[in-house]
Design a protein around this ligand. Structure first.
Ligand SMILES: [Zn+2]
Length: 241
């Protein structure tokens, strides 16, 4: 299976990396592949869709991605991680203040058909501005990094623009994707250099941002486990919810 080959490549990459943001991200997403019940190859773009089991609270995923593009695969699995971390219909930051969120409506496979409306209620404009600024900062480094080839720079800035247009759900994803691409392209540059390459500064900024979001997702999972544990206790005690 094509996905198995790509997942094996990610596992090998994780083995050879010394401690860094990308290694942490790969460790985070590796077990999530077990929740994917349907891998669907696509030629462009990609997506991660959740199949909720309303009866027992479990979640499985269908993932569309471009086979052979490890950056794209990491992008889609990052969507899965975000949904698992925050439980906000793929919104990529915590928000405990969301109000008037309508109950989920499901199709026959447990996919949420009113996800867009729920996302609108769960996004936060201040957080959108914050993650948008994070992407903009990385973009300014990418524009300045003349060690990148023209096509690499275009690929990175196009992806960052996509993130800036959808900061509520495409920040963690595009940063992790670019991290994989840059690693595969041979960055950061190593060796004795008179001046620090701008591309290395870009890589550092990217790593800093990715590490911050990685920690935020980890904290989100701790919070979610606590909330779900409290619900389970109340049910066990005989409360209705
Ligand atoms: Zn995406």
């Amino acid at each position: 299976m094509a996905a198995a080959d790509d997942l094996a490549k990610l596992a090998r990459l994780r083995m050879v990396l010394s401690n860094c943001a990308l290694k942490d991200v790969l460790a985070e997403i590796a077990p999530l592949a077990n929740q994917v019940v349907s891998w669907i190859p696509v030629n462009t773009s990609g997506s991660a869709v959740c199949r909720y089991n309303a009866a027992n609270g479990s979640r499985q995923y269908e993932v569309r991605y471009q086979v052979g593009d490890l950056g794209n695969l990491v992008h889609e699995l990052t969507h899965v991680s975000v949904n698992e971390s925050y439980d906000l219909d793929f919104i990529n930051y915590p928000n405990t203040m969301a109000q008037n969120v309508p109950d989920r409506i499901y199709d026959g496979l447990g996919r949420c058909t009113n996800e867009g409306l729920r996302q609108t209620k769960q996004m936060n404009h201040a957080m959108n501005a914050q993650v948008g600024a994070m992407l903009k900062n990385i973009n300014s480094w990418a524009v300045a990094a003349n060690e990148l080839s023209a096509s690499q720079k275009k690929q990175i800035t196009t992806k960052l623009l996509y993130g800036m247009m959808n900061p509520q759900k495409e920040c963690d994803t595009v940063l992790n994707q670019i991290l994989v691409w840059m690693y595969e392209w041979g960055y950061p540059m190593r060796g004795h250099m008179v001046r620090k390459p701008v591309v290395n500064a870009l890589y550092e900024e990217l790593e800093k941002a990715a590490a911050k979001l990685y920690k935020q997702r980890a904290a989100g999972r701790v919070h979610r486990a606590m909330v779900e544990g409290a619900h389970a206790r109340r049910r066990a005690m005989g409360y209705s919810a």
